[in-house]
Design a protein around this ligand. Sequence first.
Ligand code: HEC
Length: 223
Amino acid sequence: MADNIFVFKVLFAIFIFNLKLFLFSNNCLMKVIKLILVFLQMTLLMISCKEPVKKQILTTNKANYLNKGKSIAQATQLVLGKNLINAIETKGITNALEFCNEKAIPLTDSMAIVKNASVKRVSDKNRNSNNFANDLELEYINQAKIEIEKKGSAKPKIIEDNNQVITYYPITSTAMCLKCHGNTQTDIDSKTLKMIKTKYPKDKAVNYLSNELRGIWVIKMDK
Ligand code: HEC
């Protein structure tokens, strides 16, 4: 931003200088050349004036959007996690599936209304077919997987799309998740597995280990 103001000032000074030369020059050819120069500089000035405004939206607010998105994801995760644990404790793991099955999407949707943003969880290996990641999301998933493998965790990502800002956050698996997303032989009991297969015939969300990328949060906010 500071750089852009500096460029603007320099261009403006050159512009004034050339304008003066143009006005006080009596040679005709020189006048034409100067006129072209003045026009060129006016265009440059206009570009340099426009650019900072466009960039400013994201540079100054990038951290704000990332924080806002994070708090939306965390709040949704908290509600989802609490309800899931509660369902497992009161009804057992197999019946808790019903909770995930019927409540997860409506719950994320209602969180979105409360926070005035759209919230979803998507994955490259999805259970619910509505949760399959699109190309942009897959790009982040692949990048996050590499980061987790190298450093143990992945950074969030922010992109701009017309009038919206989209933020991505990693969702990693813990030991608790493996009861429904882990090894089909050793982690998930046969009754639960049978139920998963009935409800989600095309399920891909199994055979995860702890601390693997299970999916991502996608938060869309208006600019
Ligand atoms: C009681 C079983 C159960 C447990 C435990 C469980 N999940 Fe799930 N999970 C499901 C079901 C069922 C769905 C599909 C929900 C739906 O239909 O929207 C799902 C969906 C998801 C999705 C959305 C993407 C997709 O595959 O459709 C993510 C991400 C996810 N789970 C992550 C986790 C994480 C992380 C944990 C551990 C903290 C966890 N789950 C624990 C059953 C479970």
